[in-house]
Design a protein around this ligand. Structure first.
Ligand SMILES: NC(=O)c1ccc[n+]([C@@H]2O[C@H](COP(=O)([O-])OP(=O)(O)OC[C@H]3O[C@@H](n4cnc5c(N)ncnc54)[C@H](OP(=O)(O)O)[C@@H]3O)[C@@H](O)[C@H]2O)c1
Length: 347
């Protein structure tokens, strides 16, 4: 039996365009293996939206973005200037909303209102944008199946390390275990910058290279000042450690004050500096931080190259689990959105 689900993509930047490609390239596999077919009934960017009950052709949307045009320039069903929330209001019932607009840590918009509107309309949501969860995890969990059985699904595995399944490992595979400590490198941009600076590159060149690969945040100060990593810690703490957490609960320090000399001095001592996300037990809960940290070279997170991210969970009965991912472009993040989509469509 074939399950047909409508989807809408909000945000057609590095991640959204990769998702368009992945929906196309993996369609035969998804049909054969899971019996699912996804039809794109809506797409939106900063210029407006396009809506089509019959389905938008991903190639046409990609061609518009390649020309630097809005998806609202696609002739059929185009609405220049239509907001993301208005697009969600027009989507047919049972559409799954795939959101990848930029992080805004002041307002959470447009992602936050997209989530509220979609979940309020009983539409399932898959996020790559961390902003809404970093600012309003408890509110969004309560509106979704995270807080209430039978409510629309909210999935966000792409938000905490691209294709690295940090959330699934913590929630599903460590069932029955206590997490004693979690250490992670979850910001690819700073990992790339630190490893390039160590090898003699300048900070500015290294940041430009991460932007060229489509891996830096739209506003890269979120990366280098530690806020992107902190957003991921907030999501991990809420979803995996089950500790109600807001951004203000995380001690944050970025990499902007680090010099190439300090990085090389660490190497000479047999250490490597990473931007470490840390959850350590403190009393009944966890103390949370993001800060540059020197790790011994044989630590799983010190062995990683400039295009890797990783996590180490220390547990009471599952031992020490380490996992890394190597990602050189945003396609693995789109792959993580696809896995959430398949989970929703097949459950
Ligand atoms: N890049 C990665 O490797 C990566 C990995 C994991 C998670 N993420 C997350 O994914 C999200 C997107 O990242 P990205 O690299 O794809 O960013 P991006 O390249 O800057 O793309 C952002 C997209 O959102 C659209 N947009 C901006 N404001 C909008 C608004 N008010 N209404 C509707 N659409 C709007 C932009 O429209 P225009 O096309 O018209 O400019 C663009 O299509 C971010 O939240 C980021 O944290 C990214």
């Amino acid at each position: 039996v074939l399950t047909r689900r409508s989807v809408a993509l909000i945000g057609l930047g590095n991640v959204g365009r990769s998702l368009l490609q992945v929906l196309r390239s993996q369609a035969p596999l998804v049909r054969e293996r899971y019996g699912c077919e996804f039809r794109i009934v809506g797409a939106g960017d900063s210029g407006g939206a396009a809506v089509s009950q019959a389905g938008l052709d991903p190639a046409v949307a990609l061609a518009a973005k390649a020309r630097g045009a809005s998806v609202a320039s696609i002739a059929a069903g185009a609405f220049p200037g239509m907001s993301a929330v208005e697009l969600v209001r027009r989507l047919p019932a049972r559409t799954i909303v795939l959101e990848s607009t930029p992080v805004d840590l002041r307002t959470g918009q447009p992602g936050l209102d997209v989530c509220r509107e979609a979940l309020g309309r009983e539409l399932d949501v898959v996020l790559a944008n961390k902003g809404p969860l970093a600012l309003a995890y408890a509110e969004l969990a309560a509106l979704s199946d995270l807080g209430r059985a039978g409510a629309p699904a909210l999935r966000f595995s792409a938000c905490v390390g691209g294709a690295l399944p940090t959330i699934h490992l913590g929630v599903r595979d460590l069932a029955g275990s206590r997490i004693l400590r979690a250490e992670a490198v979850l910001n690819g941009t700073t990992q790339g910058i630190l490893r390039m600076m160590e090898a003699g590159g300048s900070y500015a060149e290294a940041l430009a290279e991460m932007q060229r690969r489509g891996l830096a945040e739209t506003d890269p100060t979120l990366d280098v000042e530690g806020w992107d990593a902190a957003n991921k810690v907030v999501i991990l703490a809420n979803a995996v450690l089950r500790q109600p957490t807001r951004l203000a609960d995380v001690a944050v320090e970025g990499i902007t004050r680090l010099t190439a000399e300090e990085l090389r001095a660490a190497t000479a001592r047999g250490e490597r500096v990473v931007l470490l996300c840390l959850a350590e037990r403190a009393g009944d809960g966890y103390r949370l931080s993001v800060r540059p940290t020197a790790l011994p070279l044989d630590h799983p997170l010190a062995r990683m190259g400039g295009d890797e991210m990783g996590i180490v969970y220390y547990t009471d009965i599952s031992g020490r689990l380490s996992m890394t991912t190597r990602e050189t472009d945003p396609v693995p993040t789109a792959a993580a959105m696809l896995r959430d989509l398949i989970e929703i469509a097949t459950s």
